[in-house]
Design a protein around this ligand. Structure first.
Ligand SMILES: *[C@@H]1O[C@H](CO)[C@@H](O)[C@H](O)[C@H]1NC(C)=O
Ligand SMILES: *[C@@H]1O[C@H](CO)[C@@H](O)[C@H](O)[C@H]1NC(C)=O
Length: 279
């Protein structure tokens, strides 16, 4: 065995060469099935190099393909690059930097929200080679129990409003009678907040039934979730005589005041005429 400086040089050269050719070709691997995540949780988006060479001197880019501009995360020149980060990801992303040396470029995303849903690209670039992986992330959020409010008499029935918030994906709202029959309701109103969660609401006008029970159901079949609230309206609410009586009384009063006014006016005119006669 030679142990001179020449052989050391050859060994070094060999090591350098092999590490260089290794860093030239790699695959980026990760899950092939979509990742389903519950809103509010922290998740890891797995991504790693095969062979498991170091990514410490590579550029690691995480992108959400739904956003045309900006990045979820960038690691380059052994530093985290904050420029051009999509604002909704600020303060919620990190790599496992202690894992980079063995080719683990998984992303940690905290407090998952609706806007995080989408296709993510894990893109790894070495000096003369790059490769990427696409991961689908689905965000699931079950909204609040629907809140039903009574809006009063409307077009010959009773107006009700149902509202539920915090859903993802966008849910469907239906109004049902006590037999589970769909009631025809007003147009559904949907609002998406800045975190990407949906609020739905819908007005309905119900007629008196033998039970006076009505249900508002908010459901999302993709995530197989539903929330519902049943209301029982006392039948007195449907009693139309009360407001009618009130209206009659008001009309009667108005009539009486008008009559008194008329009488007074006639009296005055009569008196004036009398005065004129007297002159
Ligand atoms: C790299 O992978 C090999 C086998 O694929 C394994 O034996 C080795 O422990 C891994 N190295 C690291 C640092 O994870
Ligand atoms: C990468 O690191 C994370 C955090 O330690 C770990 O959960 C994950 O299993 C690692 N992935 C691989 C492929 O080693």
């Amino acid at each position: 065995m030679e142990t001179g400086p020449d052989s050391l040089f050859v060994t070094l050269l060999f090591l350098l060469h092999s590490s260089h050719s290794e860093s030239e070709k790699f695959e980026v691997l990760g899950p092939t099935d979509p990742i389903v995540v519950v809103a509010g949780d922290d998740i890891i988006l797995p991504c790693y190099l095969k062979p498991n060479i170091s990514a410490e001197d590579m550029t690691v880019d995480w992108l959400n393909l739904d956003f045309l501009d900006g990045r979820v995360y960038r690691y380059q020149n052994r530093k985290i690059i904050q420029d051009n980060q999509i604002t909704s990801y600020t303060g919620r992303t990190s790599l496992f930097e202690e894992e980079l040396w063995r080719g683990n470029t998984s992303l940690k995303l905290t407090r998952v929200q609706g806007t995080d849903e989408g296709l993510y690209k894990c893109f790894i670039k070495a000096k003369s080679w790059d490769h990427d992986l696409i991961i689908q992330v689905l965000v699931k959020a079950v909204g609040s129990k629907p809140v039903v409010s009574i809006e009063g008499h409307r077009e010959g029935g009773m107006g009700l409003l149902c509202e539920s918030e915090g859903w993802h994906p966008q849910p469907e709202l239906v109004w049902l009678d006590s037999k589970g029959v769909h009631l025809s309701a007003g147009p559904p109103e949907t609002h998406r907040d800045f975190k990407g969660f949906y609020t739905v609401k819908q007005h309905v006008i119900v007629q008196e039934t033998d039970t006076n029970r009505f249900t508002c159901r908010v459901q999302q079949s993709l995530i197989n979730e539903k929330m519902e609230t049943e209301v029982h309206l006392p039948s007195e609410l449907f009693d139309y005589t009360t407001p009618w009586k009130r209206t009659s009384i008001v009309l009667c009063c108005l009539g009486a005041i008008t009559m008194i006014g008329f009488s007074l006016a006639i009296c005055c005119i009569h008196n004036k005429k009398g005065n004129v006669d007297m002159i």
